[in-house]
Write a protein that binds this ligand. Structure first.
Ligand code: NAP
Length: 313
């Protein structure tokens, strides 16, 4: 029998990915939508989670596609209703909220799946395999795009808990934390915050290894690039291996030679995995990308830069 799922927060990612992927996955039935403004054609829609619960519609799970700052209270409301919960990335504005959400799901004996969509591709898996057992001494993340192209009119990303450029940047960090054989830590960071915003438009981060071994590890993120996207990760190891992930992690070159160009079906894979987790009654929560990004805010030197004009939707 298909899992009856409701999508909460009918914005860009719900429309681009969640709704189409649920509709084509036979293990799910799109049972409801929850949105203050949006609707889904031919699907019952409600203004709030409370209204959905009051309707007595049978629901097994929800996909929370709202911004991170409102997810903890929403997740708890859904878990209280007895529903399993899938959440978009970044999972919550702070590590504390994620740990609390995870504990609450455990207490309620419900599945919590904190998704990291950029991790789902064959090139990322291959990179992880090739780095197994190696000592990484070089990392260069270059994650640059045009905020007005990718987040038009999204006010929440400029507000506390919205992450700013670290919202797409956490995608790169979710790949890094998946493929590296050992954890890395933030050493220092500079975060550029426009004078009319609470969140950064650019960040330069230096990382360090945990064992004190000399290593050149850094990330550069910028939302002011208007000439296309740069979504690249380079990794080097002490025995001379050089990996280069480009196009958001989907193309892998090893020592200068392309070895894999992955076809992207990130959200199809996410829903296939959610079905497996629901069947096994198992949660999947990895806080490591959020921890590193939080540490950038913790250790980063904020620099106020000129006000930024962002476009309306
Ligand atoms: P969005 O277009 O702004 O959509 C978010 C939806 O959440 C809105 O349509 C809104 O729906 C609801 N919402 C907004 N603020 C809310 C609030 N304070 N309380 C309750 N509901 C609220 O944003 P998005 O791009 O879809 O991003 C949502 C999440 O997905 C983010 O965490 C983002 O990082 C992640 N994501 C986005 C993309 C992308 O390409 N945009 C890709 C991957 C992941 P209603 O007003 O109708 O209730």
């Amino acid at each position: 029998m298909a899992f009856k799922i409701a999508v909460v927060g009918i914005g860009k990612i719900a429309r681009d990915q969640h709704i189409p992927c649920i509709l084509k996955n036979k293990k799910f039935k799109l049972a409801a939508g929850v949105s203050r403004h949006g609707t889904i054609e031919d699907v019952p829609c409600f203004r709030s989670i409370a209204e959905l619960q009051k309707s007595k519609l049978a629901i097994d799970a929800v996909a929370l596609c709202t911004p991170p700052s409102v997810r903890l209270a929403m997740a708890r409301e859904c878990l209280d209703a007895g529903w399993h919960v899938l959440i978009e990335k970044p999972p919550t504005p702070t590590v504390g909220e994620l740990l609390s959400m995870e504990a609450y799901a455990r207490k309620k004996r419900r599945v919590l799946y904190a998704t990291w969509h950029s991790r789902y591709n064959a090139s990322v898996d291959e990179a992880k395999k090739r780095l197994k057992g190696k000592t990484v001494n070089f990392l260069r993340v270059n994650w640059k795009e045009d905020v007005n192209k990718w987040h038009p009119g999204q006010q929440w990303i400029w507000e506390p808990g919205g992450f700013g450029v670290l919202d797409p940047g956490i995608n790169a960090i979710s790949i890094v934390t998946k493929i590296l054989p050992e954890p890395i830590f933030v050493e220092e960071a500079t975060i550029e915050v426009p004078s009319n915003s609470a969140t950064p438009i650019a960040a330069e981060i230096r990382f360090k290894r945990g064992d004190g071994l000399s290593a050149d590890l850094s990330a550069s993120m910028d939302w002011r690039q208007t000439s296309g996207e740069t979504w690249e990760i380079e990794v080097g190891t002490t025995d001379g291996l050089k990996l280069h992930l480009s196009k958001g992690g989907s193309v892998l070159a090893v020592n200068g030679k392309t070895v894999r160009e992955a076809e992207l079906h990130e959200y199809e894979d996410i829903y296939a995995k959610f079905a497996r987790l629901l069947k096994a009654k198992k949660s999947d929560v990895d806080a490591s990308p959020l921890q590193l990004i939080s540490d950038c805010f913790m250790l980063g030197k904020p620099v106020v830069v000129k006000a930024f004009e962002w476009s309306a939707r």
